[in-house]
Ligand binder design. Structure first.
Ligand code: CA
Length: 231
């Protein structure tokens, strides 16, 4: 059974989420503060997905997310729970390590669909058999067995979603991919969210892999369409 951490300080929202996740077949772990969530994750390294509320009593959800990733946990899927009143540009700009966001109020069906999709993308053993080997496109080397990326022999720490994007790009080197194609391939056709999540992840990837993220040369923008991997 997949474990989901629910970090939300408002107990009525948290119980609502927990009840629905249990009904959908997930095991849940609860936390009401950022510190509690980090402690729970230390005790439960097998958590597949973390739902992080943003407004919390001790620190904000972005900080929790940052600390999870800084601790080296790139395998876990992270979904931010955002309020409609929060400015989305600010939210996406701050989403330094999150894979997705869900805006409150959300329906249980929407939330579980997002978690299911994220579990499929990040859930090692439930993936189809990984094609063994490496894709070498200097200066990059993608190891498809370990799902790791190196640039000039140095490991680049990627989230599972970022890895999937790089793999998609490398499989389609030199070809312009529309944002919708990227969304379908990486997030799945049943993804509920906005195509903007593609841009959020590309922006983050550029910071990790480009020599100069302001003037990207590996992931180039195809205006009004999408992105292209090619150099
Ligand atoms: Ca809150």
């Amino acid at each position: 059974m997949k474990k989901v951490l629910v970090l939300e300080d408002e107990t009525n929202i948290r119980s609502f989420v927990v009840i629905n996740l249990k009904r959908a077949g997930y095991e849940t772990i609860e936390a009401g503060t950022g510190e509690e969530a980090l402690e729970q994750l230390r005790r439960n390294p097998d958590v597949s997905v973390a739902l992080l509320d943003i407004m919390l009593p001790d620190m904000d959800g972005f900080e929790v997310c940052r600390r999870i990733r800084a601790g080296g946990n790139n395998r876990i899927g992270i979904i931010m729970l955002t309020a409609r009143t929060q400015e989305m540009d600010k939210v996406t700009g701050l989403m330094t390590g999150a894979d997705d966001y869900v805006t409150k109020p959300f329906s249980p069906a929407e939330l579980t669909a997002r978690i299911d999709a994220l579990c499929r993308r990040t859930g090692g053993s439930s993936d189809p058999a990984p094609d063994a080997g490496e894709i070498s496109q200097p200066p990059f080397l993608l190891n498809t067995r370990n799902r790791t990326l190196e640039k000039n022999g140095q490991r680049v720490k990627l989230t599972q979603v970022e890895y999937s994007i790089v793999k998609l790009f490398m499989d389609n080197a030199g070809k312009a991919l529309s944002r919708e194609e990227i969304l379908d391939a990486v997030w799945g056709k049943d993804y509920f969210g906005e195509v903007k999540i593609v841009d959020v992840n590309i922006r983050r990837l550029r910071i990790k892999i480009e020599d100069d993220p302001q003037n990207p040369t590996y992931i180039t923008t195809v205006w009004g369409y999408g992105y292209k991997w090619g150099f």
